[in-house]
Design a protein around this ligand. Sequence first.
Ligand code: TXA
Ligand code: MG
Length: 320
Amino acid sequence: MRSNLIIAPSPSAIADAATLLRHGKLVAFPTETVYGLGADATNDKAVAAIYAAKGRPQFNPLIIHVADLAALDGLIIWNDTARLLAGQFWPGALTLVLPRQPHAPVSLLASAGLDTMAVRIPSHPVALQLLREVGRPIAAPSANASGKLSPTTPLHVAESLGDKVDLILAGGKTQIGVESTVLNLAAPRPTLLRPGGVTREQLEKLIGAIDVATGSDDTAPAAPGMLSAHYAPTLPLRMNADNAAPDEAFLTFGPDVFVKGGALRLNLSPEGALQEAAANLFAMLRQLDQPHLKGIAVMPIPHRDLGVAINDRLQRASVR
Ligand code: TXA
Ligand code: MG
């Protein structure tokens, strides 16, 4: 790893990062969900470099990040539901898919040729400062190789993409730990495309019942975010395990003194708190992903609140 790759987010480091982005380079930066791999969304070449660095299929579009609502002028077409949700949850872990303005200056590659655009204002202070300094929309997928676990620390980014990124702004361990919720507001009814940091209950409280995109489709660009196999460690993963074999790693949740087995054990949250479990999920899966073991067993996670996003990621990690 280059010695000056990971940089503390001083004002001058953020200014340097902004300059790199304006010159079409790739900069990884912290958000409150996971680390993002950023590029100038108005620069086709820079956006293409994201897909190349991640090995990401080009039919899977990117989220466009901005610092404030004004920065979305000319990019997307607003509707009342979007305004309501933005007012309540931004800055924050909610991504809205909206119709794209016909002359939006954002690279078509970033939205994979769709007539919609996914947009978000993140809440991490380093992300916001960087976005303000760049003054351009930033396309940023999670800063990991395509299909692998998302990074929740700067070191995860360096391990996964170290030779492909020009700078990694450090911002500690991410607070939420799972990606943003993706809600499609360009559909006839609001449709949840990916459960994430903002829960379905929180959304429905504000806008009423939402649809949930069902199943997964690995080819249709209409629901590109729903690749079935994703967020995967190298080892096979099995869910809802009440014990682990001697050659398996065991990811537990809540009190686990009575569950048996596991060559190596980590507990997502000994006290059974779903927020803590989400924040630990990807880092612990990485730690348990040891080549000398046969697989990772995971205890049941309650299917409510952030547990829905956790179970979604575990489900995708268990498909292969
Ligand atoms: O928390 C997050 O969302 C992080 C941070 C860095 O912001 N980003 C992230 O990006 O997770 P990525 O690329 O790993 O996931 C973006 C998701 C994908 O599932 C993608 O298919 C979906 O958003 N998406 C992007 N644009 C879309 C569009 N126009 N229509 C439908 N889905 C879209
Ligand atoms: Mg990702």
